[in-house]
Design a protein around this ligand. Structure first.
Ligand SMILES: C[S@@+](CC[C@H](N)C(=O)[O-])C[C@H]1O[C@@H](n2cnc3c(N)ncnc32)[C@H](O)[C@@H]1O
Length: 461
């Protein structure tokens, strides 16, 4: 009998004794540390060469191996689709969904960003007619080759016209037109959408996405039609290798995880594995704007605010109007429910926020990191409450999260979230460090010198 199987039996036998799960988490953390490079787990670096995960590179993503190792540890028998469901409320590029499905476990999740939701749908889309993919590719490339020169790109968004050389933009626009036409049967459209989206970063001569369009970051743009063929071949190859996964249910909702998702029933999930946005002023709407402009999901700053930022966790100062909160105290912003459910965490947050306000006025800085901090924890209160609702009793929730230091004031986001979770009903939290962060910014004179970390926060219901 292997060790993992023994542990599983022990866990089942002791389900009522909550202590068994805590010991298991401790042992698991040790196991992570001794088996491989723990520093990489919170990053997407090993997804780039991995089947399916490699179709679209998403820098804020975590490692597919992290999901796989964790599920393998807690559910040592593959193909437990008939009993186990894992939930990810911040699905991003669907790493959890793909890794969970490959392992034979059901996955349910939310993603609020329309573009990423479509990417996740494509990566988890299954078709029977894999053999038709080469023909679809050939048809698309033949038409594109013939017609791209006639494309009129003068009305394309100015940003797109700056990010691509004109012949490349014409090819991308032609591919988009083909995607929207009847030439691509509906069941293949998700793959074509994903492939064109992947071209958008690789065919530009500048860094288009993370964290912002970076004009100084000159790079060699790849030729769109040739690259389209290559990525499409990967899709065929990876789908063929994955085999039949019809028995596993994967469901991703385009949904804001701060709000109850009625499609996910109370106490219906066995495990949560996720990574929410960090309190670090990273604006996903801004970072993904080239994609969302290209697909017409948004067209300008105002649109990004209305359609992306307002539906996301508040994690950047661009997500709200400072004026709306300026005259309010942190307590007013948190609201009565938060304060009465989590009085101890309220005090910790208010102390931190007061320090940030002081540091801000001392440095005479514009960005309202103090308000941002309050709004972030208020949003996470709603997210944690919803996680608690959907999780079965005694079950675990794994959260990869970074801490913060707005204006140099250290905010242990991971620890505060752990305390908040316990105050709203989780029975215990534990923390382990995955890696240190932020070292490459240490030389910037206007930036704080606090060393940050990325942690694994484990909650038990
Ligand atoms: C750190 S990323 C998750 C990355 C993911 N683990 C992966 O491997 O691709 C956080 C994600 O949360 C999404 N998000 C932000 N606010 C959200 C909300 N309120 N509800 C659902 N998703 C949200 C963002 O769009 C982003 O994709």
């Amino acid at each position: 009998m292997d060790i993992l199987f023994k542990e599983r039996l022990l866990l089942n036998a002791n389900m009522s004794k909550k202590i068994a799960i805590d010991q298991q988490v401790k042992r698991f953390y040790k196991y992570l540390k001794t088996n491989g490079n723990i520093e990489k787990l919170g990053t997407n670096s090993d997804n780039r060469a991995e089947p399916i995960h490699r179709w679209f590179s998403f820098l804020p993503g975590f490692s597919h191996a992290f999901v796989r190792t964790t599920l393998g540890y807690f559910y040592p028998h593959e193909n437990e689709a008939n009993i186990v469901t894992v939930h990810d409320p911040f699905m991003g590029s669907a790493t959890t969904a793909v890794a969970g499905r490959n392992y034979g476990i059901n996955v349910v999740g939310n993603e609020s960003n329309q573009f990423l939701y479509e990417i996740g749908r494509a990566k988890t889309h299954l078709i029977r007619n894999i053999e038709q993919l080469p023909l679809i590719k050939q048809n698309i490339l033949e038409v594109a080759e013939r017609k791209w020169r006639k494309q009129d790109i003068s009305k394309e968004n100015m940003l797109l016209r700056k990010c691509y050389d004109w012949p490349f933009l014409k090819k991308l626009v032609e591919l988009r037109e083909i995607y929207r036409s009847k030439l691509v049967p509906d069941e293949f459209k998700p793959y074509v959408f994903l492939t064109i989206s992947s071209l958008l970063s690789r065919c530009s001569h500048v860094g288009i996405s993370i964290p912002y369009v970076s004009w100084s970051h000159e790079r060699i743009a790849e030729e769109p039609l040739e690259l389209f063929g290559k990525i499409f071949d990967h899709i065929k190859e990876d789908l063929s290798a994955a085999g039949n996964q019809d028995n596993v249910v994967v469901k991703i909702y385009q949904h804001d995880s701060r709000v109850q998702n009625n499609k996910i029933k109370e106490k219906s999930v066995d495990f949560i594995f996720t990574s929410p946005p960090y309190l670090n002023n990273f604006d996903y709407g801004e970072a993904l704007k080239v994609y969302s402009y290209f697909w017409g999901f948004t067209k300008d700053w105002h649109d990004i605010t209305e359609k992306v930022r307002k539906k996301s966790l508040t994690c950047a100062t661009t997500h709200y109007k400072e004026l709306l909160y300026k005259s309010k105290s942190p307590k007013d912003i948190l609201g009565e429910e938060f304060i009465s459910d989590a009085p101890k965490t309220t005090r910790i947050i208010i102390d931190k926020v007061n320090l940030i306000t002081k540091a801000r006025s001392k440095k005479n800085r514009k960005k309202s990191f103090d308000i941002l901090t309050v709004l972030y924890f208020k949003d996470m209160y709603n997210v944690l409450s919803e996680m608690h609702r959907v999780l079965k009793n005694n079950s675990l929730c794994f959260i990869t999260i970074g801490d913060s230091a707005p204006y140099g004031v250290y905010v242990p986001t991971d620890e505060i979230l752990g305390r908040l979770a316990v105050e709203i009903g989780f029975s215990k939290y534990s923390l382990g460090t995955l890696r240190t962060r932020g070292k490459k910014w240490l030389n910037l004179t206007h930036r704080h010198k606090v060393t940050l970390r990325e942690s694994l926060l484990v909650l038990r219901k």
